[in-house]
Design a protein around this ligand. Sequence first.
Ligand code: SF4
Length: 449
Amino acid sequence: MSQITVRLDQLRKYNVPGPRYTSYPPATHFTEAPSIPKPQASSPLSLYFHLPFCSSQCLYCGCTNIVTGDQGKSAIYLGYLEREIKMRAQYIAEGSDVVQIQLGGGTPTFLLPEEIEQLGKMIRTNFPMASTIEAGVEIDPRGLTPEKVRALRKAGFNRASLGVQDTNADVQKTIARIQPLEKVAEANQWLRDSGMESINFDLIYGLPGQTVESFSQTIDDVLMLSPDRFAVYSYAHIPWIKPFQKSFEEQLPDVETKLQLLQLAIEKLTGAGYVYIGMDHFAKPDDAMSAALFNGTLQRNFQGYSTLKGVDLHGMGMSSISHVDGRYLQNKKELEAYYADLDAGRLPLLRGYVMTAEDQIRYGAIMHIMCNLYIDYAQASEQLDLDFAEYFKADIASLDDLEADGLVRRETGGLHVTPLGRLFVRIIAMRFDPAIQSGQPKGRYSQTV
Ligand code: SF4
């Protein structure tokens, strides 16, 4: 991909707050929790488990986590998680099989090796498993040990995602995440040797102190380790939720530099042979994620992109979000409240949302844009059971300025997101979101660049 030129006026125009569309409607629309449905028809299942504990606080972090030096907390948490798992398993339709598992956090590898194995057993004894499963885990290289890697493999995990973020020592100091490259290389080697099928590295652009030169070096450093995938996330500055992010506000790169960092990542990673997937993912051509992009089964969810489409997502653990049968459900975000509900024999639900028929249609359109970067009107009409071009006439017509600026290309049969438009794909999706277009968005969002 050659260097794309973005005019400064375009950058200013399109760098506005907007949803990341890991769900539609975004989680800011959630209100009181609906009842959890037990679908009649069987469906493939994806399970997410939130493990909230971390040993220290990284200052860029936007996750729902709990920093503790008390290792004993994870055993108590697992006890409660097991209760939730047993309750949740009652809501699985007959004949449904788990095809995907993801451990996120927090730091899942905060768990002791025996706790990792215990969690694996818990999952497998309570849910029906498909014969082939993608089981992924987010890993903080700083606390990883060969024993934990062995436990993960024993528990059936075959995909690992390493939080790398940036290899520059000064940047690491500012974000309070000191992690020498040797530590990442060592963790990567343990995971490779253990037979993990796919290894992902997370990087973040827009961190305090990052420059084009320093981030270029970061990418060169990590390319040497040849992971199967990269997720290159935009740093989300949300100090109204995470006040500790204010500590480095003055050192954040300006918006032009931030966009240059993304362009640099695209150039270097595609130059090294990775396929550019959606807005922030890259994968080797033979990786399952590239295959999912080519055969149109890529899906966006709360963990970013997923290779599976049409699955029910059951989230367990504090703050996790489920998407089952057209309903979103989010668990309590405070540990005490989460434990109290389970003590009382209740599912620990905080809030949620029942999608309307229109939401389902708009969800389909937005996922097409975010995942496929293209909408084939005939195909989308068939999938959504309507005349797509007619239904979205006003939304498509509203793209005049985006087309003039080169972000999209409209044809009679479909809508293309251009290479320039990829950098602003959230802006394009926002044109199909009536809450944003009405000028009355619910809640606050991070900037789109
Ligand atoms: S970035 Fe990861 S390890 Fe750091 S505080 Fe957040 S959840 Fe914990």
